[in-house]
Ligand binder design. Sequence first.
Ligand code: ADP
Ligand code: ADP
Length: 232
Amino acid sequence: TAAARAVDARKTYGTGEAAVHALAGVTVDFPQHAYTAIMGPSGSGKSTLMQCVAGLDRLTSGSAYIGETDISTLSKTELTLLRRDRLGFIFQQYNLIPSLTARENILLPLTLAGEKPDEAWLDEVVGTVGMADRLGNLPSQLSGGQQQRVAVARALVPRPDIVFADEPTGALDSRTGIEILTFMRRAVDETGQTIVMVTHDPHAASYADQVLFLADGQIVDRMANPTADRVL
Ligand code: ADP
Ligand code: ADP
C-alpha cells in the first residue's frame, strides 16, 4: 500500500463569490520508500495538498490516508497523535527553539513523546547531515544551512513513516540547498524513508523519484524520474 494517499481531495477556502478552490479533486498515491516532489505555480494548491495529507489541515471533501488510516475520520487529538508518532516535518523556516542546543532540538519530538533516543541511529542521522561536531551549538550559532540540517535531522530521528517538506531549500543559497537535498535523497536510499516535498524549484524536484505537477488545484501531469538516484 501507499505511504499516503489522497482520494478526490477538495479544499475550498471561503464561500460564495469569495470561494477559492485550492484543491479541485486530487487523487494521488505517495509510494513507500520513495521521494515525491509536488511542483506547480504559486497558488496552485501545493501547500494545501501537503497540509491536508499531513493532517495539518482538513479537506472540505474527499479523503486523505496515512497508510491505511483515513485521517478525515480522526478527531483533532487523534490527528495530533498520528502526526507526532508517524510523521516528520521540514519547513522553509527551520522552526528551531532558540534556547535549545542542536542536539536538544533534534531530540525534541522524542522528548515530547516521552521516548529515549536510539543513540546509534541518532549518530547515523547526525553524521548523514554533517552536524556531528555542532550538536552543542544554539541555533543562533549556526548558519541558515546548518539550522536546516538540524531541522532535517529532527524530522528523521524519530523514524517517521513519512517526512513532509514544504520548500525545504527555499531560504537557502543554491549550494546549501543542494546539500540539504542530497541528505534527503540519502535518507530515501539508505534508510528507506518516504518523503513528500513541495517545491517550485525544478532542480530540487530532480532529486525526487516521482514529480507531480499541480495547476489550479488539480494534478495536470506526473513524471517518474528513473535517474533520481544518479543525482548523487
Ligand atoms: P501553493 O502552495 O501552490 O502556492 P496554496 O496551497 O498555498 O498554493 O494555495 C492555493 C490557493 O488557496 C491559493 O489561491 C491561496 O491563495 C489559497 N489559500 C491557501 N490558504 C488559504 C487560506 N488559509 N485562506 C484562504 N485562501 C487560502
Ligand atoms: P507557500 O509558498 O508554501 O505556498 P504561502 O506563502 O502561499 O506558502 O502560504 C503560507 C501560509 O499562508 C499557508 O499556511 C497558507 O495556508 C496560508 N495562506 C496562503 N494563501 C492565503 C490566503 N490567501 N489567505 C490566508 N492564508 C493564506
